[in-house]
Design a protein around this ligand. Structure first.
Ligand SMILES: [Zn+2]
Length: 166
């Protein structure tokens, strides 16, 4: 069985005072690494959260720190972008249509954290805003070079065949 880590807390621990949750979860456990070809979370997501119960809702506040491992959409260069969401909040109603799922008094924060990190994924990841993409001349040259050598090999192979035929 695959054990997936979750960020959960028990509602009963919240009755009189606020709760503090601190730790790390991997991008894989947040199921964030199959979502985008150009953006992944290869390192841990560090969280430091406090949870308060306000009558019929839960207020989660705190910090999420993580790094996105991106690939530039223009030049394909890998680059990393660090995020520090120092004022992350999540409002979870305990009643009504938007009611948060409670399982044996336990609330799973993982999907909310996942969703907000996912919303922050750049749609067009760029290594720098001025990135001009792959330098054209060297790219064409190297492509032409490899094409030529392949053609060269091919044509010599054909030449050998032709020699055999005739
Ligand atoms: Zn780039």
């Amino acid at each position: 069985m695959l054990l997936v880590m979750q960020i959960t807390f028990n509602l009963r621990h919240l009755e009189k005072k606020s709760l503090h949750l601190e730790g790390e979860i991997s991008g894989a456990d947040l199921d964030l690494n199959e979502m985008d070809e150009l953006v992944q979370v290869l390192g841990p997501v560090k969280y430091d959260l406090s949870i308060e119960r306000l009558s019929e809702r839960l207020l989660v506040r705190g910090e999420l720190v993580f790094t996105l491992d991106c690939e530039c959409i223009r030049c394909l260069k890998p680059f990393r972008k660090a995020f520090e969401l120092s004022d992350w909040t999540c409002d979870l109603p305990l009643e009504g249509e938007e009611q948060v799922a409670v399982n044996n008094d336990s609330v799973d924060l993982t999907p909310f954290i996942r969703e907000d990190i996912l919303l922050g994924f750049p749609q067009y990841p760029l290594c720098e805003s001025e990135c001009r993409g792959l330098p054209k001349a060297p790219q064409n040259q190297s492509q032409a070079g490899s094409d030529a050598s392949q053609t060269g090999e091919l044509s010599s192979a054909w030449a050998e065949l032709n020699k055999l035929k005739f």
